[in-house]
Design a protein around this ligand. Structure first.
Ligand SMILES: [Zn+2]
Length: 463
């Protein structure tokens, strides 16, 4: 099987070489991606049982090869395939929605399904047209909700996302690209979403993202938070030029309560209260523009939270959470930035915050380095240091607690952020004493005050 794979790669490379397509460098980048995803696919495959499934897969591979030859005859073809597993044989998955977010240097597409499904993706380069190409994704065992139509984008990177019931059991999503440098495909769960991030050189007339920021961003969720954004104060004098706008992201919300304490306290409620206090302080004390991902009890998907931050051109992103542990004695405050989990505990917490299993977290870790291409690792670590130090200090002065320090973990909510971004675990809801504190407006105030001081400290080091 491995040999076959290598052989088909050689074929693909040969086809690619002889069709004299424009950019090697570009292909190198996507080749790397495909390899990474394949690794994930392979791991997943090992977990799958059922011989009929494997037989089906073999058939598909052959079909894929045939298709490659067919396209070769047409003169310009470069199929790339990778597969991500489905957990069990099940009825058709319903493709429910396609959405997109345009960011300064990439566009994110999310295809939402009602359950997990296998899919393959391919890229076709148009001959002679530098950069222009097409990516299509075949979702297997899937039906298209009649309400889902072609999705116009036109942001200079993508023209449209077209969608159709390609075969009785296959839904095909085709992305028509204006230009492409690289793309990443990964998945989120609950609900299952296929995420495609496309990077490229935006057409100049549309690349002026600053302008689109001045207009109300056409994101429903940004509209929801407009009430908060409207009150943004004009910049104060003496404020460092570098950090102007910050996104405050209270975790969870709506149907997702987050952690729930023994006394019934819900994470989504206490982190919203802390987030609102934090937003006010950042505006009043530091004169920053503040955008909240949510200022009410609504659910916002994880991938959308950093998309909002990118969309509004935020300079910092702070996600506010409350911790939980099976060990009810566990307590204290800690701050995370995005990286591979260094400890089992960090991986477990990431699984909880991501709303997924540990296994999914390890799949995410396998592609994390690719996803982190734009992540400000050092700046985020620095921001985390400042915030943890100050937030712990302020809280501890009134409410003595444990300093758990700065840690690293693969948190979905931080994936895709192009600015320094952190996640603060303000205390443990699973700990009786800390649950009481998290409900206490004075503790909330102290934490908000401390995070504000940490951000102030961070900004002052940039001068
Ligand atoms: Zn949380």
């Amino acid at each position: 099987m491995r040999r076959m794979l290598i052989f088909s790669w050689i074929t693909i490379v040969a086809v690619f070489f002889f069709s004299a397509l424009p950019s090697w460098a570009e292909e190198g980048a996507t080749g790397k991606t495909a390899k990474h995803v394949k690794k994930v696919g392979k791991k997943a495959k090992e977990k799958e049982d059922g011989k009929s499934k494997n037989a089906r897969k073999e058939g598909k591979k052959k079909a894929g090869k045939k298709e490659a030859r067919k396209q070769e005859k047409k003169g310009a073809a470069l199929p790339k395939a990778a597969a991500i597993k489905s957990e069990e044989p099940e009825p058709a998955a319903l493709v429910k929605e396609i959405r997109h977010w345009s960011n300064p240097d990439y566009t994110r597409i999310a295809v939402t399904l009602d359950r997990e499904a296998r899919f393959e993706y391919h890229r076709i380069l148009a001959a002679g047209d530098a950069g222009a190409s097409r990516v299509y994704i075949d979702i297997e065992g899937a039906r298209l909700d009649p309400g889902v139509k072609d999705h116009p984008i036109g942001d200079g990177l993508l023209k449209t996302a077209r969608v159709a019931q390609y075969r009785a059991d296959v839904v095909r999503v085709v992305l028509d690209l204006d230009s492409i440098k690289d793309y990443k495909i990964f998945t989120f769960s609950s609900p299952f979403r296929i995420i495609i991030d496309v990077k490229g050189d935006r057409q100049p007339e549309i690349s002026a993202t600053k302008e689109s920021i001045k207009e109300a961003p056409p994101l429903a969720e940004v509209a929801k938070i407009a009430a908060v954004e409207e009150k943004v104060q004009p910049a104060k004098k003496g404020k460092p030029a570098k950090i102007r706008r910050i996104v405050v992201d209270p975790g969870h919300g709506g149907h997702d309560p987050g952690a729930v304490g023994a006394g019934g306290t819900r994470e989504k409620d206490v982190v919203l209260q802390i987030g609102l206090k934090l937003a006010r302080k950042l505006k009043e004390e530091l004169g920053l523009d503040v955008v909240m991902t949510r200022s009410t009890d609504v659910f916002i998907e994880l991938q959308e939270r950093t998309a909002i931050a990118n969309k509004v051109g935020a300079d910092l992103f702070v996600s506010v959470h409350a911790n939980a542990s099976l060990n009810r004695n566990a307590s204290g405050m800690e701050t995370y930035y995005l990286n591979l989990a260094k400890t089992e505990k960090a991986a477990q917490l990431a699984a909880k915050e991501n709303g997924t299993s540990l296994e999914k977290v390890s799949l995410l870790q396998a592609v994390l380095f690719d996803l982190m291409a734009n992540y400000k690792l050092n700046d985020s670590a620095h921001l985390a240091d400042e915030v943890q130090k100050a937030a712990y200090g302020k809280a501890n002065a009134q409410f003595p607690l444990k300093n758990l320090g700065v840690k690293q973990g693969p948190f979905y909510v931080l994936v895709g952020a192009t600015m320094p971004s952190i996640l603060v675990e303000t205390a443990f809801l699973s700990n009786e004493r800390e649950e009481e504190r998290l409900k206490d407006p004075r503790y909330q105030e102290a934490v908000a005050e401390g995070i504000t001081a940490g951000i102030k400290g961070y900004i002052s080091t940039l001068k």
